[in-house]
Ligand binder design. Structure first.
Ligand SMILES: C[S@@+](CC[C@H](N)C(=O)[O-])C[C@H]1O[C@@H](n2cnc3c(N)ncnc32)[C@H](O)[C@@H]1O
Length: 367
């Protein structure tokens, strides 16, 4: 069997971040990519009807939606999104949700106005695309009890305490959102780009899903690391040397791109939203978060960032496990992943390497 991600197969010259992507586009295993991504077009539970596909939430439905792959539970619906959907990942996403609230706050500023309960008998509506563990939508359901909420994911939510104003739908966002057009006051998406084929199209469709005056909020991460001066950390995939975690992430980037995920979404989010005339009052924030508590100083801002860095490092340790089936499934040898993972863990434990993670956050109103 070929090893599409075997470092031996990568160009030997130094690669800066752009050339990592260049290397992706000139990947010798491009044909592998196109044959894999076409599978997702065939896998759908969606009927051709434009009506909503509501699935009752039972454990058997959830079990059917997940299959064991390389020791983790992976969704059976999409060949593009290959991060786990099992209990361990649910726990990681729940903890990550708490961290993200610390970083960016709970809701965008205009939300209270958008969701105000002003028309009797016409509840405001909220859509969470790629809801994951449901941590965000369960809180939103409690915070806005007068609203109706829909959670969409490749794997249905299973929560015995499912709020009565919330329902779960199993669907692949890549199949289109036409059945939701004109139906929602607020659309939320967070960290879904690895499962999205065409993010620009998704944003365009969200603009049509929103009702007039509605609000969209999106957060994405580009799977790259930045140094203390906020310059991109580059890795040479033709050699095997530090920096280790950026190397791990570069391999994840290749695996995601080969499968057809949209990794440039975070960097382009803002410009894509700006291109759509239906959007106004666009707010773009870049959140720089240390990957560990490496910052020096005792002022309140440094302390705050280091507290976030401590949370981020725990998330990263869990992510090293989450990314493993994706890398294994892409043909990278287990021994290579194990060794690289150990080196990443050592790098993060030593806490000396000054990396930043960059989160791109955009929200906008529909005219
Ligand atoms: C990294 S998780 C983030 C979950 C959640 N948004 C959060 O921030 O906690 C990405 C989620 O998006 C879902 N997802 C990715 N691609 C999808 C697609 N094409 N259609 C539906 N859900 C998708 C995955 O199944 C997964 O639950």
């Amino acid at each position: 069997m070929n090893y599409p991600l075997d470092p031996e197969n990568f160009p030997k010259e130094d690669a800066d971040s752009e050339s990592v992507y260049t290397c992706l586009s000139s990947n010798p295993f491009q044909s592998y990519a196109s044959s894999r991504t076409s599978v997702s077009d065939r896998s759908s539970d969606r009927s051709s009807s434009p009506t909503l596909s509501v699935i009752s939430i039972t454990s058997s439905v959830r079990e059917q939606a997940i299959a064991n792959e390389h020791g983790r539970g992976i969704n059976t619906h999409s060949e593009i999104y290959r991060l786990p959907a099992d209990a361990e990942e649910v726990e990681r996403l729940n903890v990550q949700h708490a961290m993200l609230k610390e970083i960016m706050g709970k809701y965008p500023r205009p939300l209270a106005e958008v969701l105000v309960d002003d028309i009797p008998g016409e509840p405001k509506t909220i859509l969470d695309l790629g809801c994951g563990s449901g941590s965000w939508i369960f809180e939103a359901a409690a915070d806005f009890p007068h609203c109706e909420l829909v959670a969409v994911d490749l794997v249905p939510l299973q929560n015995l305490g499912m709020p009565s104003n919330c329902r779960s739908e199993r669907d692949d966002i890549n199949l289109g959102l036409e059945h939701y057009y004109g139906s929602f006051n607020f659309v939320h998406t967070r960290l879904i780009c690895t499962g999205i084929k065409d993010y620009a199209r998704l944003i365009d469709q969200i603009s049509q899903v929103l009702r007039p005056g509605g609000l969209v909020e999106m957060l994405e991460f580009g799977f790259q690391l930045y140094d203390r001066n906020k310059q991109l950390v580059t890795v040479s995939l033709g050699s095997y040397e530090p920096p280790w975690f950026p190397r791990f992430m570069a391999l994840i980037c290749i695996a995601v791109s080969v499968r057809g995920g949209c990794l440039d979404a975070s960097g382009k989010l803002y410009s894509w939203v700006k291109e759509i005339p239906a959007f106004t009052d666009i707010v773009h924030t870049r959140h720089w978060v240390p990957w560990s508590p490496w910052l020096e100083g005792t002022d309140p801002e440094t302390k705050r960032l280091n507290a976030l860095g401590a949370l981020m490092s725990e998330d990263i340790k869990q992510f090293l496990k989450s990314g493993r089936p994706l890398l294994l499934g892409s043909g990278l040898p287990e021994s290579h992943i194990d060794e690289l993972t150990l080196r990443c863990l050592r790098e993060i434990e030593e806490g000396r390497t000054p990396y930043y993670i960059l989160l791109e956050h955009v929200y906008a109103r529909h005219r």
